[in-house]
Design a protein around this ligand. Structure first.
Ligand code: 5GP
Ligand code: MG
Length: 196
């Protein structure tokens, strides 16, 4: 029979272990910054706050910014107790580089009518804020009654150009991977967030 108990080994980081995490595929990480338990607890808190902040009349549309926010969004919506609709946005500003290019290209927009709706834009991490600063006005132009941002991580750069209503964690100023965040498409599957 399948053992349905939570597996310690799959959501515990490999820190201090002699056995490397096979999901790292031989890559090295510097250290675990937020473990799976911390992340899940924070996601539940954020979902509770979000559920309080909107009403059914807001017709909340949760917009997941692909690809980085895919795990965060899927965990978050499962704990939101309001009816919501879900769609995605694809915007690129980084490519495979660790530095932002400053230019934001939108490759997929939600096709539904946003008129009068509340939109919650879910982002993996805010660094310069360039990505969101380009997307929020675009959604407002499309008729959204209000656009709020929920970011899992925030680097708290003093020059960041966007306000997030909800932030999961303040992030250290290093390059982070895991729980959706990649480096050249690796590491997205990790249930914890690590520094490269
Ligand atoms: P911003 O537009 O705020 O400068 O950058 C936001 C985007 O840059 C994020 O959505 C993410 O794709 C990428 N980014 C910024 N910092 C990091 C990081 O530490 N790790 C990863 N994997 N991506 C990052
Ligand atoms: Mg990215």
């Amino acid at each position: 029979m399948t053992d349905t108990r939570p597996s310690e080994s799959s959501d515990r980081p490999p820190t201090g272990s002699l056995v490397p995490d096979p999901r790292l595929g031989g890559h090295r990480i510097r250290g675990v910054v937020f473990d799976a338990h911390q992340i899940q607890a924070r996601v539940r808190e954020l979902a509770a706050e979000i559920s309080e902040a909107y009403g059914t009349e807001d017709r909340l549309l949760v917009l997941c910014l692909l690809k980085g926010a895919f795990l965060f969004t899927s965990d978050l919506v499962r704990h939101i107790t309001l009816p919501v609709q879900l769609d995605f946005m694809v915007a690129a500003s980084y490519g495979d580089a660790k530095e932002t290019s400053g230019e934001v290209t939108v490759r997929y927009d939600p096709p539904m009518d946003l008129t009068g709706r509340a939109v919650l834009l879910v982002e993996d991490i805010i660094d310069t804020g360039t990505t969101l600063a380009a997307l929020v006005p675009r959604l407002v132009e499309q008729g959204a009654a209000r656009v709020d941002v929920c970011a899992l991580l925030h680097k708290r750069e003093p020059t960041a150009v966007v306000e997030a209503r909800w932030v999961g964690f303040d992030a250290p100023n290093s390059f982070l991977v895991g729980y959706g965040l990649d480096h050249a498409e690796d590491f997205r599957q990790l249930p914890y967030i690590a520094s490269l």
